[in-house]
Design a protein around this ligand. Structure first.
Ligand code: BGC
Length: 373
């Protein structure tokens, strides 16, 4: 941990211990701040998978912030398996977690386990992905998911000057996992920018995988956000629809794990960075993708500084433990079918080749050596 980060974390921990101490005295407990933290701040953190760098960072960062503040933390990863996530959450509740932080594998199926958690008065924070169909989710912290897609769409629009182009420019759109509530927001944000150009013929989709409206996004969704599935889908599109020297000009990829698969497919079809290489979008600033950006194999990524999200959730937990009102900045957007979940939305930002040093490396998000610099 850098010196500055450590100081920030310690400062945050100090404030947290103070609020816990005041909470303990409010409730008549005789414990000190640290001891009270162990009792009152028992957090179960449930992350979807270790197979993607971002979730490892998310989990570890939140765990260390909370532990430095004296909380007990049980961090679990569900290998992208719904049943595993449900039983991990059940164990956390049985083990006394009074706060649950859940990044759902499948946002549709957690209602029963959260109902159990509520019987034990647990407070539930949906982390990054909304949990649907349940009144038992209290807060949601995420990056502005619609904006992620919008940044990808606008990037394509600006780079190709679509407003003044006549086309036809070929594009292949992809969407994220159909069970992830975020995926439809990412797609909608991008498609609201791009669909008018498809309708006017400036953009064409040779594979025909072109949702007529945002609601049809799942028809092009890649289950589990899997790189290998994105790769074989791109293989199919290229071999069936790009024959006789036709080239794809743009690939709308909602995130980095799909982009990696798409880039592998392009490579095996003979595409190489340079004038004829398509624009490809991404999201997350995973190291392999940042390296691809530096090598000209990916055009951009939408960076979500997961440290900020972890800190936001840490702040929410502080407020919950202290009995304070929890700070949110959106009470309209995220309707989960049972309620509009009070949310805190953070700002994502575009990273291109020229930003890698200033935004990602100088801020300590990744190390220069990890991307070959
Ligand atoms: C997250 C993305 C991530 C994707 C795959 C989404 O819910 O918001 O950051 O790339 O899941 O794990």
């Amino acid at each position: 941990m850098s010196k500055t980060k450590k100081i920030l974390a310690l400062a945050a921990a100090g404030v947290f211990a103070l609020s816990l101490a005041s909470c303990a005295s409010d409730s008549g407990s005789t414990g000190g701040g640290e001891a009270a933290a162990g009792g009152d701040c028992n957090v179960g953190v449930s992350m979807p998978t270790r197979s993607l760098e971002r979730w490892i960072n998310d989990g570890e960062q939140l765990k260390s912030l909370l532990e430095e503040a004296g909380c007990t933390v049980d961090l679990q990863y569900a290998d992208n398996k719904t049943d595993q996530q449900i039983s991990q959450i059940q164990n956390q509740v049985a083990g006394g977690s009074n706060i649950l932080v859940v990044a759902a594998v499948d946002g549709q199926v957690l209602a029963p386990v959260l109902a159990e958690a509520k019987k034990q008065d647990a407070t539930v924070i949906a982390y990054d992905r909304l949990i649907n169909g349940t009144p038992d989710v209290d807060y949601y912290a995420t990056f502005d998911n619609y904006k992620v897609g919008q940044l990808q769409g606008e990037f394509i629009e600006t780079q190709l000057d679509l407003a003044n182009a006549t086309g036809p420019i070929s594009i292949e759109p992809f969407a994220g996992s159909p069970d992830d509530n975020n995926a439809k927001f990412f797609f909608s944000g991008a498609w609201d920018v791009l669909l008018p150009y498809v309708e006017s013929g400036v953009l064409v989709v040779p594979s025909g995988q072109s949702p007529a409206s945002n609601d049809d996004w799942a028809s092009i969704g890649i289950q589990g956000w899997a790189s290998d599935k994105a790769q074989s889908e791109m293989d199919n599109r290229l071999s069936s629809f790009y024959t006789g020297g036709d080239k794809v000009d743009v690939v709308l990829s909602p995130n980095d794990s799909l982009a990696i698969g798409i880039e592998a497919s392009l490579k095996s079809a003979g595409y190489a960075p340079g004038a004829d290489y398509p624009l490809i979008t991404g999201q997350d600033a995973d190291k392999a993708n940042v390296k691809a950006i530096l090598d000209g194999e990916q055009s951009m990524t939408v960076w979500k500084d997961t440290r900020t999200l972890g800190k936001q959730v840490f702040d929410m937990i502080q407020e919950i433990v202290a009995g304070d009102e929890v700070t949110v900045n959106d009470t309209k957007t995220y309707d989960n079918g049972e309620k509009v979940v009070p949310s805190f939305l953070l700002d994502p930002e575009v990273v291109v080749k020229d930003d890698v040093q200033t935004k990602l490396i100088d801020s300590g998000f990744i190390k220069a050596a990890d991307v070959g610099l």
